[in-house]
Write a protein that binds this ligand. Structure first.
Ligand code: AKG
Ligand code: FE2
Length: 328
C-alpha cells in the first residue's frame, strides 16, 4: 500500500506562511576550491516558440548546454513562483513542526517504501532528508502537478536535439508513469554540522534531476573539464542536471555530473528540493542503437530502472546511483 505524507499536503503548503525567500551566499571558503563560472540558462518557453528561428536558437542552446555542461538553469518554465516558494515553505514547516521522533517513523523498512527519512550527522555528510515517491496528487501537490508539463516539455526538446521524433524520450522512458522521487533536504540537521560536507560527491540515477533551494549557494558541480562550479540558481528558476540514464541512453553522448553540497559551519540553514525524474521501474534502459557503431562501442549494459536502483543492495526509494556497474 502506498503511504502518503500526513503533513506535506497542498493544504499545508497553502497555509504555510510564504515569507520572502532568503538569498544570502553560503559558500564557505574551506574545502575544495570552486569557481563561479557561468552555467547556461535555458528559456523553456522559447523551446516551443511559434517563431521557428527563435525555437531553433533555443534548441541549439539546449544542445550546447547538454553537450558541454550536462546541467543548466531553466527559466520561463511556467511553474508559478507561489508553487516554488510554497513547496520550500511546506518543507521548512514539516521539519519545524514535526518532532524528530515522528520523523523517525519514516526510517526505511521495506524495499517498496514510498517515503523514507534519514539523518546523517558526521564529517562525511551533514543532512536530514525525507525522500518521497513524488506523484502530482500526493505531496506538494501544486508544485509537482505544475512540473509535469516541464518534464514532458524537456523530454520533447531533448528528443529533438538527439535527432529523434518529439515523443521518443517520453515513450521510451514511460515518463507518464515514471518513478519520480523528491528528496527534501535540510542542511545541517539541527544546526549542528560536524564538517563542511552537506552531501558527499555523487551522481543521480534517472532521466534528469530538477532542483530548487531556499538560499543561494551550497551546491557545486564537477564540470567535465574537472572544475568545481558553484551553482547560483536565479530566483525561482530550476537547476536541471542530466541523470545517469540520460547519459546511458545516447551511449555516453551526455554526462551525468558529480556534485556535492558544502555547508557553512552552522551559519545558515539550507533547504533544497531535488526531484529525481526516472523512467517507470519496469523500463529496460539500454543505449539507443543510433549511438552505437564502429567508432562508438557499446558503453553501458542494459538494466530495468528497478534493477539499477537495487544494484548495490539499496531500496528503490533511496535512488542511489549505480553508474559504475552500468558502464561496460
Ligand atoms: O541539496 C542539494 O543541492 C543537492 C541534493 C542532492 O544532490 C540530492 O539530493 O541528490
Ligand atoms: Fe544529487
Amino acid at each position: 500500500m502506498a503511504q502518503t505524507s500526513p503533513v506535506l499536503t497542498q493544504e499545508t503548503c497553502e497555509h504555510a506562511k510564504i515569507t520572502s525567500v532568503r538569498f544570502s551566499n553560503i559558500i564557505p571558503m574551506d574545502s575544495v576550491l570552486a569557481v563561479d563560472e557561468e552555467i547556461p540558462t535555458i528559456d523553456f518557453f522559447m523551446l516551443f516558440s511559434d517563431d521557428p528561428v527563435q525555437q531553433s536558437r533555443a534548441l541549439n542552446h539546449l544542445s550546447y548546454a547538454c553537450d558541454e555542461y550536462g546541467f543548466f538553469y531553466l527559466v520561463n518554465h511556467g511553474v508559478p513562483d507561489s508553487a516554488i516558494e510554497g513547496a520550500l515553505e511546506g518543507i521548512a514547516e514539516f521539519f519545524e513542526v514535526t518532532k524528530v521522533e515522528e520523523r523517525k517513523e519514516y526510517m526505511k523498512s521495506n524495499p517498496t517504501d514510498r517515503i523514507m527519512w534519514g539523518l546523517n550527522s558526521h564529517a562525511g555528510e551533514n543532512r536530514e532528508y525525507l525522500k518521497v515517491v513524488a506523484h502530482p496528487h500526493e505531496v506538494l501537490e501544486e508544485y509537482f502537478e505544475r512540473f509535469q508539463d516541464v518534464k514532458i516539455g524537456l523530454a520533447r526538446a531533448i528528443s529533438k536535439i538527439l535527432g529523434f521524433e518529439e515523443c521518443y524520450t517520453e515513450k521510451l522512458f514511460n515518463l507518464t508513469s515514471g518513478f519520480d522521487v523528491a528528496a527534501m533536504n535540510v542542511y545541517p540537521p539541527s544546526f549542528q554540522s560536524k564538517g563542511s560536507i552537506g552531501v558527499p560527491s555523487h551522481t543521480d540515477p534517472g532521466f534528469f534531476v530538477s532542483l530548487i533551494q531556499d538560499v543561494d549557494g551550497g551546491l557545486r558541480v564537477l564540470s567535465h573539464k574537472g572544475k568545481w562550479i558553484n551553482v547560483h540558481i536565479p530566483r525561482n528558476a530550476f537547476l536541471i542536471q542530466i541523470g545517469d540514464h540520460l547519459e546511458l541512453k545516447p551511449n555516453g553522448k551526455y554526462k551525468s555530473h558529480v556534485h556535492q553540497v558544502v555547508v557553512d559551519n552552522n551559519k545558515v540553514k539550507r533547504i533544497s528540493l531535488a526531484t529525481l525524474h526516472g523512467p517507470s521501474l519496469d523500463t529496460l534502459v539500454i543505449p539507443a542503437s543510433e549511438f552505437v557503431d564502429q567508432f562508438h562501442r557499446l558503453g553501458y549494459r542494459g538494466m530495468t530502472y528497478k534493477e539499477s536502483l537495487e544494484a548495490n543492495g539499496h531500496y528503490e526509494i533511496e535512488v542511489q546511483s549505480c553508474l559504475e556497474q552500468l558502464r561496460l
